[in-house]
Design a protein. Structure first.
Ligand SMILES: Nc1ncnc2c1ncn2[C@@H]1O[C@H](COP(=O)(O)OP(=O)(O)OP(=O)(O)O)[C@@H](O)[C@H]1O
Ligand SMILES: [Mg+2]
Length: 236
């Protein structure tokens, strides 16, 4: 589904990734761990073609994700329809006058013919039905996070990229979120700092270290060894 080949990315004088190689198969559920600044958000943005490598290649379903390829309307629309990203900074995602319009925005852009049903269905799933006429930026932090998830999931993406999607959720909402994700037969890649829920977010764990180096890529069964997590700076 995704193939990341020898990707190098520098920001200012700082190397974010150096010769990064990763392959992600359709249907995988991946948990992305790593200390602050290790590159989790940048990796998700590369996979969402919001950032582009300085060298190396990002492939989605065998096709190169380049700025020039995405200039073609059809290619861009197909990609945006299939790959959704829930940002770490949710406020950057919310700009519509009501919660209803916020969820409807993507479905209207993609000209779905069941916009209203999608809005109501995903609002209900995330407990947002009472807020459909509210202004998004006045919601609580957790409600905004649920709204961001509803917006992206309502487009039925094949790949769901989520950047710390539970950072503002209360425990009951976090449990509900995990249930929702587990029930989705799609590829998910979830960046999180929450080690308590990480094993339940995916069977494959990728741990990034300094300069985006992959410290671990494997089964969640062996990912939570104290020695590994200590070395990766994820526990103290
Ligand atoms: N637009 C940018 N300009 C300059 N540097 C950037 C930019 N975006 C990211 N970086 C740098 O790239 C590195 C990786 O950042 P990134 O946000 O991907 O880390 P992260 O793993 O998501 O961290 P966190 O756990 O804090 O969310 C950091 O050193 C950061 O300073
Ligand atoms: Mg981040």
């Amino acid at each position: 589904m995704f193939s990341i080949q020898n990707v190098t990315l520098k920001r200012e004088d700082h190397i974010v990734f150096e010769n990064l190689n990763l392959t992600i198969k359709a249907g995988e559920k991946i948990v992305l761990l790593g200390i602050n600044g290790s590159g989790k958000s940048t990796l998700l943005k590369l996979m969402n073609a919001l950032e582009f490598p300085d060298s190396g290649e990002m492939l989605y379903e065998g096709k190169a994700l380049t700025k020039s390829a995405l200039k073609h309307k059809q290619v861009n629309e197909d990609f945006r329809r299939n790959v959704g990203l829930v940002f770490q900074n949710i406020d950057a995602m919310l700009f519509n006058p009501t919660v209803y319009d916020e969820i409807a925005f993507g479905a209207r852009q993609l000209e779905f013919d069941d916009v209203d049903a999608r809005v109501r269905n995903y609002a209900e799933l995330f407990g947002l039905t009472p807020y459909l006429n509210h202004v998004p930026f006045k919601l609580s932090g957790g409600q905004k996070q649920k709204l961001a998830l509803a917006c992206v999931m309502s487009l039925s993406p094949k790949v769901l990229l989520m950047d710390e999607p539970t950072s503002a959720l209360d425990p009951a909402s976090t449990a509900k979120f995990m249930e929702i994700i587990a029930a989705q037969p799609i590829t998910t890649i979830t960046a999180t700092h929450n080690l308590a829920i990480a094993p339940r977010l995916g069977e494959r764990v990728i741990i990034l270290g300094e300069k985006g180096k992959i410290l671990y890529d494997g089964s969640s069964e062996n990912a939570f060894e104290i020695e590994l997590l200590t070395k990766a700076g994820l526990i103290i």
